[in-house]
Design a protein around this ligand. Structure first.
Ligand code: NAP
Length: 306
């Protein structure tokens, strides 16, 4: 059974934080549709100028929208802690961990972490932990984490010392591992929420292949300029639209589904099409890996939860 945008219920009274909302990406389209249905949407990203640009684009589309902004660099744990502090008293129903990087050159963050794992996993792990009390207080919270078909390319979970590069750096392999981590995280989070009896659902989604700036951001380190425009256009020819790519996330954020559900496109081996509940690689269901990654993440970011 597939889901469509017409099923997105009225979101009035709900506050939803979406990370990685730069214009034209999945986060932008996710935020747009949630705001269209009346949610208060907090746009979260590392550039105030980009947040302002998305805010203007959404207002231009909708006329009126209830929008907030949160500056957060997910690749910087102290920035994530500051963001958590800022929202400590705020209402929050849904956290959408959407921001991510793909296939970047080798880089260690200021915290000493590899860039993919820092941005795509450890930053979101910390942000989720810091905001969990807000989600619990809502009485009906959700965490939606955006993974990828690339999780299937990971040969093993990223369970080594995150501060040490073991062997040669393979950018696609590390991206795949970070997206596998998104699923390991989601399933372990759901198990821990259930054990603690907390009213929050951990969901995951993936967009198939969608025409965003992800490729140019990873390959060029920026999304503007003539080369970026040519590459963006080439990606759009072979992918579904960013708006369609956001649908699995919107389904996971709002449909009446049990915690631990993974949503993705229904056609062409999950690469495109209307969203539905999808399966994942067996490695993502490895309970020992889920549990070990959780412990490693707690040690790395210095926060234990739930
Ligand atoms: N597009 C696809 O086909 C596809 C397929 C599978 C999975 N995904 C996943 O979908 C998610 C969204 O990607 P997208 O396709 O929409 O790509 P995108 O257009 O490049 O958007 C990525 C967003 O993440 C933000 N971001 C990157 N590093 C950040 C950091 N350190 N702190 C805060 N924000 C940061 C970017 O902000 P800046 O603009 O400041 O860089 C941007 O807003 C990612 O998790 C990606 O892995 C996408």
């Amino acid at each position: 059974m597939t889901w469509h945008l017409g099923e997105l219920p009225d979101q009035t009274g709900r506050t939803i934080l979406v990370t990685g909302t730069s214009t034209g990406g999945l986060g932008h389209h996710t935020a747009l549709e949630l705001a269209r249905r009346g949610a208060r949407v907090v746009l979260a990203g590392r550039s105030d100028a980009k947040l302002a640009e998305t805010e203007s684009a959404i207002r231009a589309d909708l006329g009126r929208a209830d929008l907030g902004r949160l500056l957060v660099d997910l690749a910087d744990l102290s920035s994530v802690r500051r963001a958590g502090d800022q929202l400590a008293e705020e209402q929050l129903h849904v956290l959408v961990n959407n921001a991510g990087v793909m296939a970047t050159p080798y880089r260690r963050t200021g915290d000493g972490l590899e860039l993919h794992l820092a941005t795509n996993h450890f930053g979101p792990f910390l942000l989720t932990g810091l905001l969990l009390s807000r989600l619990v207080a809502s009485g009906d919270g959700r965490v939606v984490t955006v993974s990828s078909q690339a999780h299937r390319t990971a040969r093993r979970a990223p369970l080594g010392d995150p501060f040490v590069q073991e062997g040669r750096y393979h950018r696609w392999q590390v991206y795949g591992q970070s997206k596998l981590a998104n699923l390991l995280f989601t399933f372990e989070l759901q198990r821990r929420l259930d054990a603690a009896g907390l009213p929050v659902r951990a969901m995951a989604a993936h967009p198939g292949f969608a025409g965003t700036h992800l490729v140019v951001n990873g390959q060029l380190g920026r999304s503007t300029g003539p080369l970026a425009s040519i590459m963006d256009a080439a990606v759009r020819v072979v992918s579904q639209s960013a708006a369609d790519g956001a649908l699995p996330t919107l389904m996971a954020a709002t449909a009446d589904l049990p915690g631990g559900t993974y949503c993705g496109p229904s056609r062409m081996g999950q690469w495109r099409g209307a969203p539905t509940v999808v399966d994942c690689a067996p490695l993502a269901r490895d309970r020992a890996a889920q549990s070990r990654l959780w412990e490693l993440s707690e040690e790395t970011v210095g926060l234990s939860y739930p």
